[in-house]
Design a protein around this ligand. Structure first.
Ligand code: TYD
Length: 212
């Protein structure tokens, strides 16, 4: 949870879950209310973090060592939080990120078999323990999600369906472990219905926190 005046919302889920659309719809709805909204994504969000995104996602480095992969995601997250996310929260903004720590726990910790605990610890260190006020998990069947991708697959998307099914289970167990901090929605619902449910939940956070 943030101790700053802003509100921090993360979207998580498998590839092809429609996260970027929902980030945009939520951002538009909150901006229309006159709130300062910062929309961002991981890996990325600052020039250095975008450069790390390239290294970690390019199919050129197909055999990248899993520990190097986990550290690159954590390094880009450290930069993202320090330069963009935390300053925006300190100003009282609503920050909406497309992916955050749970992606590392699910993809590197569980999918790559590095261990969810150690990957979680590295990332808490990297972010000075900044956790979202709310994580929206868009749950998608691995096969359906991969079928929905509209560009050529990056290094992670190119993993077999079995890998993505493992990642999906990991996201669901993270949500089950801390239900008050998660909103789990099926990604196969109508996008307007999903957006309405997300907005409803975020509004309740704004009221409680008096945020943004
Ligand atoms: P994303 O930006 O969501 O994909 P897209 O380019 O389709 O918008 O994420 C890129 C990939 O990186 C995705 O397959 C998930 C993976 N990823 C991790 O493995 N660990 C992480 O910590 C993050 C943030 C992403």
């Amino acid at each position: 949870m943030t101790t700053s005046p802003g509100v921090f919302v993360a979207f998580e889920g498998g590839d092809g879950a429609g996260k970027s659309t929902q980030v945009r719809l939520l951002g538009d709805a909150l901006s229309a209310q006159g709130l300062e909204v910062v929309r961002t994504r991981e890996p990325g969000g600052t020039p250095a973090a975008e450069a790390m995104r390239h290294v970690v996602l390019t199919p050129e480095f197909a055999g990248l060592d899993p520990r190097a992969e986990a550290l690159l995601y954590a390094a880009s997250r450290a930069e993202h939080v320090a330069r963009l996310v935390q300053p925006a929260l300190d100003r009282g903004a609503v920050v909406i990120t497309d992916r955050y720590i749970d992606s590392s726990i699910a993809y590197q910790g569980v999918g790559r078999g590095l261990g969810p605990d150690v990957v979680g610890e590295i990332n808490l260190w990297a972010t000075r323990s900044l956790l979202p006020d709310l994580t929206v998990l868009l749950d998608v069947d691995a096969g359906q999600g991969l079928a929905r991708l509209d560009s050529s697959p990056d290094r992670l998307e190119a993993e077999p369906e079995e890998f993505h099914a493992t990642v999906r289970s990991a996201f669901l167990s993270l949500a089950q472990g801390d239900p008050s901090r998660y909103l789990v929605l099926s990604a196969s619902g109508e996008r307007e219905d999903i957006a309405a449910q997300v907005l409803d939940r975020v509004q309740s956070l704004l009221v409680v926190g008096g945020g943004a």
